[in-house]
Design a protein around this ligand. Sequence first.
Ligand code: NAG
Ligand code: NAG
Length: 333
Amino acid sequence: MTTPSSSSSRFARALPAPTTPLLLLAVVLLALTFFALFASDLKLQSPLATCSKGAATAAAADKHLGDASAAAEPAVDLRILLGVLTRAETYERRALLRLAYSLQPPPRRAVVDVRFVVCRLEREEDAVLVALEIVAHGDVVVLNCTENMDGGKTYDYFSAVPRLFAAAPYDYVGKTDDDTYYRTAALADALRPKPRRDVYHGFLTPCHLNVEWEYMSGMGYVVSWDVAAWIASPAAAAELRGDHEGPEDAVFARWLRRGGRGRNKFGEEPRMYDYLDREMGEGVECFRHELVADTVAVHKLKDRLKWARTLRFFNATSGLRPSEMYHIDLLQG
Ligand SMILES: *[C@@H]1O[C@H](CO)[C@@H](O)[C@H](O)[C@H]1NC(C)=O
Ligand SMILES: *[C@@H]1O[C@H](CO)[C@@H](O)[C@H](O)[C@H]1NC(C)=O
């Protein structure tokens, strides 16, 4: 990249004995050069600005597409918030998820904002290290709760979202865990034709029974904004008081039944499922099978190897360019 001084001095050398109009032209060109540099500075900052607002996935998409093509993208008609309920100390998993989500092909005409949701930071190191993540990535939500698996964090999350995001409501609000991998483009495409109200989407459990108490598995579920708004309402707070504990996914469904909400139920099986590979010595079930191309979400990614195989299957490594700098033979086979 040429600096302003080198380009202007080259320009000056090329000039014959300068006349007034030529000098004027030089000044205009110089001004344009500075303007171009200044404008490109602004552009360089824009992904970070998006990121600090928290749109990690959108920022990643911007980086890959460049601003020009991003501007040419068709208008967004669907916005989804996906909260990954996790704990402060799971730094490695969060780093992996952030990487995995940022490398996904961006959804078309949709925004899927992935946010990591943790409770109050109780330890000195978490306060500092999570603060650093927020500065760098802007994708963490810290709720005023104490960490618990089945003690009401899901309620805290859904009831906080309508207030936290009141300025820019989403069409849908989802909850997932840090052992689930959603494919955000597939999720957006699955939700696009569905109603925007009274929706409850996920993996309908138990998948082999037709029971009145069925619920969307905690691997991941999504409700329309109105349902989240109802959970956050004072009426629901009164109705659901004392009913926050227990397996969060089944409890969540009980809330919706009590409130008569989420009646547009959409089970996404078999595109949502538990991970299975041949080495696991387990069989195919209605909730478990091997990876398939049109996956919306895969669950039970409990260790690095399962994540690695899953990300490889979905071609996350295909962006790796040949280089003298590395030889990763295991990726060839
Ligand atoms: C968090 O919740 C606790 C207990 O409910 C309350 O005392 C405290 O004021 C809350 N903190 C904030 C920042 O809202
Ligand atoms: C991954 O890429 C290969 C080669 O382009 C393609 O055949 C395959 O369908 C892709 N897999 C998925 C899950 O999209």
